[in-house]
Design a protein around this ligand. Structure first.
Ligand code: G3P
Length: 496
């Protein structure tokens, strides 16, 4: 297909293919799924609607390829990952172009996502060689009553097949954060990309294809979650699931069975601002944290809890900074772009309407055109409003005024979501105490919540997740411990 360059094999007529057994294929279903461009709401791409039989075949070839890959030396696995990272970086413009059209991420952020992903793959290759290149040995006589005749060799072995289900908001970065750890650890990988973001995912997988991984080791199955979702997550051939997204993850964790799960779900990330805080720093982080990628980040600032005594000043500073945000097309690198789907826009509008009828203060006029929602700060939010608890995943930030830090911590810990939070104060002692009291996976002191850099641990508590991510933690959770015990003859003199 002209004009697709190295990606021409990934498309047939105007429908992108799925990937299995080392080849790009057309589904026997003859059906396709249309991807709308969030900015235009017009059809942008088409992908295959794969069948359950095609899932079975992909899992079978993954199983066969994994048995070869598990015997491939670590340095060779790392070498191939570095190749994939280089190819990804080389083609960042094409992949970013897909991200812009599929999820309306500003172009500059789409480029950053691809480069960040290549760096993650390379770091993961090196980290894997380090931590999987070493084992542990235990001897029996350190336990009371035992002679020194048993040597236990402890090593980490792959789980088998990892099913990776990344979210729409990071279709490349939160795919490779699963793929690279799985591969360096010796696993095979079945990717189920998000519908919005699938074509960016397909381009990313093609970079792994060109890097020369064994046939069948990586597959990319596209289609309707309603048709193959449960079939994939309950497939007996799948040995581990790494999922990032909304509360679908809770349903998956209930169905998945006896396999390791890495779940990173939503967040209602609070921003606690104390009287002694640097209010300019807090305001800048509330705007950056609350409105980057139009608030469609699980780590976005989703609720400001500010001490009443400094609330007016803080709100004024935030409103001033918000007035500088550009609104429009992702191609033009606008700060605020269309949210990913019409249903998402409607959900956000529902939260705004609820706050309006219950008497919250709108710091800007609420405005929406299609999926494009103008940034909105909603002040004087009370706990009886949905915005105080629900995750808009959009450019709307609620402000609750508090009279004590305990009130702020109580609100944070009362949420079913517990991914991250942040606190702004100049008193580091107070900050550490508050961090200890906040029951979230991470607390950022004097900065907005964020997942990166990608070697930092990243985890949610309660309904925000299971397990921990970050490169090292992901490699470890995609392996299991294997012990080999060498039993030597008992020494001639025994203690007994
Ligand atoms: O799922 C995590 C993602 O939504 C947030 O990542 O890097 O924007 O903090 P980041």
């Amino acid at each position: 297909m002209a004009g697709f360059g190295i990606f021409q094999d990934t498309i047939d007529q105007d429908v992108y293919k799925y990937y299995a057994d080392g080849e790009w294929k057309v589904s026997s279903s003859g059906n396709s799924v249309i991807i709308l461009n969030p900015s235009t709401r017009q059809p942008q791409y088409k992908i295959q609607a794969c069948t359950q039989d095609e899932v079975n075949k992909a899992v079978q070839s993954a199983k066969e390829a994994q048995s070869i890959w598990a015997k491939t030396p670590l340095w060779k696995r790392a070498e191939t990952l570095h190749k994939a990272a280089a190819i990804l970086k080389e083609h960042k413009e094409s992949i970013a172009g897909c991200i812009v059209k599929e999820i309306a991420k500003p172009h500059k952020d789409a480029i950053t996502e691809v480069v960040r992903s290549a760096d993650l793959i390379s770091y993961c290759a090196e980290e894997g060689v380090r931590i999987l290149g070493e084992g542990k040995m235990l001897v029996s006589d350190s336990f009371p009553g035992n002679e020194r005749n048993k040597m236990c060799l402890v090593s980490k072995i792959p789980l088998g097949i990892v099913l990776a289900i990344p979210p729409f908001n990071y279709p490349v970065n939160l795919a490779v954060s699963k793929i690279a750890p799985a591969l360096i650890a010796g696993n095979a990988l079945v990717l189920k990309p998000p519908t919005q973001g699938a074509v960016a995912g397909i381009h990313m997988v093609h970079c792994f294809h060109l890097a020369g991984f064994p046939k069948g080791l990586i597959s990319c199955i596209t289609g309707k979650g309603s048709e193959i979702g449960d079939f994939l997550t309950m497939h007996p051939g799948v040995n581990c699931i790494s999922f990032t997204g909304g509360d679908t993850g809770i349903a998956i964790s209930k169905k998945a069975g006896m396999i390791p799960l890495q779940m990173e779900l939503g967040g209602k990330d609070v921003c606690i601002v104390l009287e002694d805080a640097d209010l300019d720093l807090a305001a800048a982080n509330i705007v950056k944290g609350g409105f980057s990628y139009s608030g469609q980040r699980c780590t976005a600032v989703k609720l400001v809890l500010v001490m009443e005594t400094v609330a007016d000043v803080l709100v004024e500073k935030v409103v001033t900074l918000m007035s500088k945000l550009t609104i429009g097309a992702p191609e033009d690198d606008c700060d605020i772009t269309a949210v990913v789907t019409e249903s998402s826009a409607k959900f956000i509008e529902g939260l705004v309407d609820d706050a309006r009828v219950k008497g919250a203060t709108f710091c800007q006029e609420y405005r929406r055109e299609g999926n494009l929602i103008w940034p909105l700060l909603v002040d004087n939010v009370r706990p009886d409003m949905r915005l105080a608890w629900e995750e808009p995943f959009g450019p709307v930030v609620p402000v609750v005024r508090i009279t004590s830090v305990e009130e702020g911590i109580h609100h944070c810990n009362a949420s079913n979501l517990a991914l991250q939070g942040c606190v702004f104060t100049r008193d580091i002692n107070k900050a550490i105490m508050i961090s200890d009291a906040m029951e979230t996976g991470t607390v950022q002191i004097n900065s907005a919540p964020s997942r990166g850099p990608d070697h930092f641990p990243f985890q949610g508590l309660r309904d925000s997740g299971i397990g921990s991510q970050g490169i090292t933690n992901s490699i470890n959770m995609m392996t299991k411990v294997k012990t080999t015990v060498i039993n030597l003859p008992l020494p001639s003199y025994t203690m007994g």
